[in-house]
Design a protein around this ligand. Structure first.
Ligand code: SAH
Ligand code: F3S
Length: 439
């Protein structure tokens, strides 16, 4: 048996890919996963290149692994994910001790690539985008917990001017709907209660069906809601561009779909949205939210924002803040714009200094944090349905679980409740963690 150590950075899709890598390797019967990098025969780094810092981290990590390889030359180092796909051979140039470079679509080839390096002791690289190959080789993931994430589509055709995803993950490709439904049904049989559908643009899902038709996202959601045992459905990430009325309709009649939606807007200025090539206006985004509230009055919205995009004036930034106040987001992920090689925005003149960018980020985050707190305050005294995930890390006498809107709630209860839905009344609030009383 050989030991494999995997380190994963980046989005949930990368987390999912890493769990697939583990499955592919375990299936060969030759590998065991270890949590100790010092013990490993093969070191795998699943990388992220969405922002500059994420990319630099890769080479720092490889530098650390080089020391392990200096002690034991037989160690194989494999680099996968978005940096691998984007940089390709350049990684070998900067880190000569790397043995394998595999792309986001070549996970299933990793066991063979390792064999090849063991035999020939020569670099191996595969960063190709063979259509459908990845999903054809997909294995069913059976999570031990009570929630599971499953990939329903990959890639992105939107080419927002700042983003590397279309280059690192390739064109949008949807997994056949029957495969998705079959996998979720078997997850439900294994005790999974909550399902999180993953993809770069899940609402662009167009999965082929067994009889040659197309299953759209709204239909997929309805079909999943009919699977016995699945009580909660989430998805991430969706794009305002294709958030069509048929998807909004699902919120009306499918209670298993959570009253919480992550819908990244990026900016509240139409000028900036256009420069970002987001293909929607703030007015259109607002309209979607209005319709969603009509369909599901208690829905909460979270978002992503980029500050300091090239050309973002003080006035544009002010418009973003005003927009945030108008929508009243539950929470957000916000970032300082990071120029990514090969993207159209990297050619744009970036004249905002870093101090100003940091200030804008601070102001934006402060504004959203206040909204998060006010949403939490509204939850005080309310009854919340919580999926119990385990005993609280801080207090072994307490359990913790998650509400529909992703708040962690701690409360007294019996360990028998783990894995079940229970109702609690919120009696204490902090920004992200709440305390409750079992009802
Ligand atoms: N598909 C999603 C985005 C996925 S990338 C969407 O449609 O919005 C996740 C987030 O990273 C983006 O929403 C964006 O806020 C941020 N991001 C992507 N590229 C970035 C860059 N070059 N600089 C800063 N933030 C970036
Ligand atoms: Fe990136 Fe825009 Fe697609 S942010 S993932 S190119 S929708």
């Amino acid at each position: 048996m050989k030991y494999i150590y995997i380190k994963t950075w980046g989005c949930q899709m990368n987390e999912y890919d890493s769990s697939m890598i583990v499955k592919y390797l375990e299936k060969t019967g030759q590998y065991l996963i270890t949590k100790n990098s010092e013990k490993a025969d093969v070191l795998v780094l699943n990388t992220c290149s969405i922002r500059e810092k994420a990319q630099e981290k890769v080479f720092h990590q490889l530098g650390r692994w080089k020391k392990l390889k200096n002690k034991n030359a037989n160690i194989i180092i494999a680099v996968g994910g978005c940096v691998a796909t984007q940089e390709g051979k350049e990684i070998f140039k900067r880190a000569k001790y790397v043995d394998i470079i595999f792309g986001t679509q070549s996970l299933h080839k990793l066991p063979k690539m390792i064999d090849e390096v063991e035999k020939n002791r020569k670099f191996v690289i595969d960063i190709s985008f063979p259509k459908l190959d990845k999903f054809n080789n997909s294995l069913t993931i059976t999570n031990k917990g009570y929630t599971a994430s499953i990939s329903i589509m990959e890639g992105c055709n939107k080419y927002c001017s700042f983003c590397v995803v279309p280059y690192t993950r390739g064109q949008e490709i949807s997994r056949p709907s029957d495969d998705v439904l079959f996998e979720i049904a078997s997850l439900a049989e294994n005790g999974i209660k909550e399902i999180n559908l993953l993809g770069q643009n899940v609402n662009a899902y167009q999965g082929p069906t067994f009889d040659g038709k197309i299953c759209y996202f709204s239909e997929l959601l309805r079909l999943i809601s009919e699977i016995d045992g699945i009580e909660r459905i989430r998805f991430t990430t969706s794009n305002p561009l294709e958030f069509s009325d048929d998807i909004i309709e699902v919120y009306k009649d499918t209670p298993k779909l959570v009253s919480f939606l992550h819908l990244p807007v990026q900016s509240g200025s139409n000028k900036i949205l256009q420069l970002m090539k987001r293909s929607y206006t703030t007015e259109e985004y607002e309209k979607i939210i209005e319709k969603l509230i009509k369909a599901r009055p208690n829905i909460q919205i979270s978002s992503d924002f980029i500050v300091g995009f090239p050309g973002e004036s003080k006035k544009d930034f002010k418009e973003t803040i005003n927009f945030i106040k108008k929508i009243n987001f539950d929470m957000s992920y916000s970032f300082i714009y990071s120029s990514r090689p090969g993207t159209p925005a990297s050619e744009m003149k970036d004249e905002i200094n870093i101090k100003e960018k940091k200030e804008r980020l601070y102001i934006l985050q402060d504004c959203i944090n206040k909204q998060t707190m006010s949403w939490s305050r509204k939850m005080l005294g309310s009854k919340q349905c919580v999926l119990v995930e385990g005993t609280s890390k801080k207090n072994a006498m307490e359990l913790y679980g998650k509400t529909e809107n992703n708040r962690i709630v701690n409360f007294h209860g019996s360990p028998k409740m783990i894995g079940k839905f229970v109702n609690v009344q919120i009696n204490e609030i902090h920004t992200h963690v709440l305390h409750g009383k079992l009802l």
